[in-house]
Design a protein around this ligand. Structure first.
Ligand code: IVH
Length: 701
């Protein structure tokens, strides 16, 4: 690429001004090639030609050291990957666990399983209970008995390839015995013992390096090292407790599987016990809690799992958590500290949330300096004031809370907290509607806090998951007008340098971090419909609802036109929307409200210009008679519970609706069916008996 008139002049013959022009041109060209190669995996010149450009650049710098540029390619490593780890899609999603906090929750967990499986009250239900380790989960894929791939959990569908690092963990077998399945993904937790964590921190402190907050962070930080030799120097360990893809079943029960994992060389977390009712689960829980302080590693609860694997299979999962397992968490840890100030945060829907700014205090191994005060009624009820000593609590991943005040320690001059009736960010009136606990800013589009929060939500992990675009950057980009709406994020690279200094020249940024950010953004130009819906940040539309909507409507154009049409509450589209199981009038109102706002429509249009939103592809076998069909169950079934029938229909690609309409394909009529059956017949729909249903799903009654 001869992009300057001096390219053919030998370095020795260059004049200073020619050399300066050449260096500028080379810097731009090389950066362009780096981007093409690393960010888009699409090099436009040969490696030899690229090397020649770099050599010429270096030779000119040698001769004219004073002309060396701040963005000189010689200061950048050309060959290192732009982002740390390769992303890998999990063959089977890595699930998380639902929580139980007390005996009532555990009782309900067992009852739900019994209902789902239609078990007789006296039928045995064995549950395996084992400690819940506080580390980070990883999936280890063995092929032909050899460790082939190790990945972090990531968002559950896609994690990071940490194979090289995992190979350095002594607890993890590199090879499995011959009786292991040909393909086996062992899942478990990478963790660090308390003692190793303390020793590591002492070494870091002595070396003047920042220390880790707790063993969990320390394990995570050690596993996610770009240089595996660093990981090798960190005392990481691994417990196996579950599995993903397997080429052949290898056990009939969870306890059986544990024995196999043990035999194949994996460490298991003890003490485990097979329990058969709430009382025995609670007893084992009590025992583990009593031993907790003596364990070498940190645990944060006990996991209960249905022992029979065929039952696990039938139970399946909802959203991202299995129905057959639950985490019984230990009680939250508490501490006292001084509340320095109460400030108000404005969320993406305009909700004002009071937050306590605390004197930092360690609670359960984590330093806490903020806690939520929920809402204005809570502040009044607890009479929390600035300067008070407060009792705070932290449980698991939830935001720490202020439980109450320590009355005797209240300073004599304290005054009641005056809750604002204007938005602290934009000054608009903040109002509280009848029956609502939340006060909301009425500033809408003019409120910068709402805009920033919407953007933060948009790039967050469960939405677009754009790495490297932190809160600080979003706030700055928004304040400067660089990113006004979500679509602007996807224009950052092409507009780089137009209105503000180029990304790489901003404070705290360099070539490498700018390139990484642009690459992370480019990687997200294709997005599944459910993530797109969730990212819009519509009130009440969480991940689970976004998935329901995506599955029901299938594509962005279909969803959008249906939402616009649903504004007619008497029409077909509204009936169809509220017919989706779990979507009621209140959620429907929020969706309709969102689409009634012209600004939201233009945000979506702008996004469509820069993105590809993927249609939902049916993951079910194409020959399932239920794929893409809408089914309604009414009346009682004998052979399976309603939840199991519903789960089965969904697994086979059907949408389960709560009410009958012209769009319903099948109505399964059980015993004592009422008006829905009559309506189905009136509409001339296909009505199935329980036997027809069983035949359809390939089961005999
Ligand atoms: S079973 C299908 N067993 O806790 C669910 N998980 O909060 C498979 N965890 O994502 C998980 N100890 O990373 C299981 N003994 C244990 C565990 C355990 C820790 C983690 C796991 C999971 C998270 C959910």
């Amino acid at each position: 690429m001869d992009s300057t008139p001096y390219r053919d002049i030998p370095v020795d013959a260059l004049e200073a001004d020619q050399a300066a022009a050449e260096l500028a041109a080379l810097a731009a060209e090389i950066a362009g090639h780096d981007a093409a190669y690393h960010q888009h995996d699409a090099p436009v010149i040969s490696d030899a030609a690229y090397d020649a450009l770099r050599r010429r650049n270096a030779a000119i710098e040698d001769r004219f050291p004073e002309l060396k540029r701040d963005d000189s390619p010689s200061d950048r490593v050309g060959a290192a990957p732009a982002t740390g780890f390769r992303k890998v899609r999990h063959a089977l999603p890595m699930l998380s666990l639902g929580n139980a906090f007390d005996e009532a929750d555990v009782t309900e967990f067992l009852a739900r399983i019994r209902r789902f499986l239609n078990l007789e009250p006296d039928a045995a239900l064995a549950i395996l209970a084992e400690p819940k380790i506080d580390g980070l989960s990883a999936s280890l894929r063995y092929e032909e008995g050899v460790l082939a791939l190790a990945a972090t959990r990531g968002d559950g569908s896609e994690g990071e390839d940490v194979t090289a690092n995992v190979r350095t963990i002594a607890d993890i077998p590199q090879r499995l015995p011959a009786d292991a399945p040909r393909v086996l993904e062992v899942r478990g937790e990478v963790y660090m013992t308390r003692q190793d964590f303390r020793a590591l921190n002492e070494r870091r402190e002595a070396a003047g390096e920042p220390v880790f907050a707790n063993p969990r962070n320390s394990a995570a930080g050690s596993l996610r090292q770009l240089d595996p030799t660093v990981t090798a120097g960190r005392p990481l360990r691994f417990f196996g407790y579950s599995w993903g893809e397997v080429s052949a079943p290898f056990a009939e029960t969870q306890s059986d599987a544990r024995r196999k994992l043990d035999a194949w060389g994996f460490q298991l977390n003890e003490p485990a016990a097979l329990c058969d009712d709430v009382a025995s689960l609670m007893a084992h829980y009590g025992r583990i809690m009593a031993e907790r302080a003596d364990l070498a590693y940190e645990i944060d609860g006990v996991v209960y799992k249905v022992d029979r694997l065929d039952w696990q299979q039938r139970l399946g999962f909802v959203s991202r958590a299995p129905r057959w397992a639950v985490a019984h968490k230990f009680p939250a840890e508490q501490a006292q500290t001084r509340l320095n100030r109460i400030f108000i945060q404005v969320g993406r829907t305009g909700a004002l949330t009071p937050v306590a700014d605390l004197e930092p205090v360690t609670v359960g191994g984590v330093v806490v300096s903020r806690a939520t005060l929920h809402n204005e009624d809570e502040i009044r009820r607890k009479d929390v004031r600035e300067g008070d000593t407060v009792l705070i609590q932290r449980a698991g991943d939830v935001i720490p809370q202020v439980l109450g005040i320590v009355a005797e320690r209240r300073p004599p001059d304290s005054v009641e907290f005056a809750y604002p009736d204007h938005c602290p960010e934009c000054g608009s009136l903040a109002i509280r509607e009848e029956g609502e606990v939340v006060r909301r800013c009425t500033g809408g589009l003019i409120c910068p806090a709402q805009a920033v929060e919407r953007l933060r939500h948009f790039v967050s992990r469960d939405a677009f998951d754009i790495e490297g675009l932190g809160d600080k950057h979003i706030r700055a980009f928004h304040a400067e007008g660089l990113v006004k709406g979500p679509a602007d994020i996807f224009r950052l690279e092409e507009r780089d340098g137009e209105v503000a200094p180029p990304m790489a020249e901003r404070e705290g940024w360099g070539e490498r971090s700018a390139a990484n950010l642009f690459r992370a953004i480019a990687d997200r130009r294709r997005v599944p419909l459910d993530r797109f819906i969730y990212a819009l940040g519509i009130r009440q539309i969480g991940q689970a609802t976004a998935r329901l909507l995506a599955r029901h409507y299938g594509s962005l154009p279909d969803w959008r036109s249906a939402m616009v049409a649903a504004a007619d509450r008497a029409g077909e589209a509204y009936a169809d929307l509220t017919g989706i199981d779990q979507i009621g009038p209140s959620v429907a109102d929020d969706l309709i409200g969102f689409f009634a706002e012209p600004h939201n429509l233009s945000v979506m249009e702008a996004l469509e210009d820069v993105l590809t939103v993927e249609d939902v592809v049916d993951q079910t076998v194409g020959d399932s008679p239920l794929a893409g069909k809408t089914i309604v169950f009414t009346g009682g079934l004998e052979s399976m519970s309603r939840p199991e029938a519903k789960a089965m229909a969904e697994t086979l690609g059907a949408k389960v609706a709560g009410s009958v309409s012209k769009k319903t394909d099948f109505v399964v009529v059980g015993a004592d069916a009422g008006s829905k059956a009559t309506k189905a017949r009136d509409l001339g729909l296909t009505v199935l008996s329980e036997a027809d249903w069983l035949a359809m799903i390939g089961r005999t009654g």
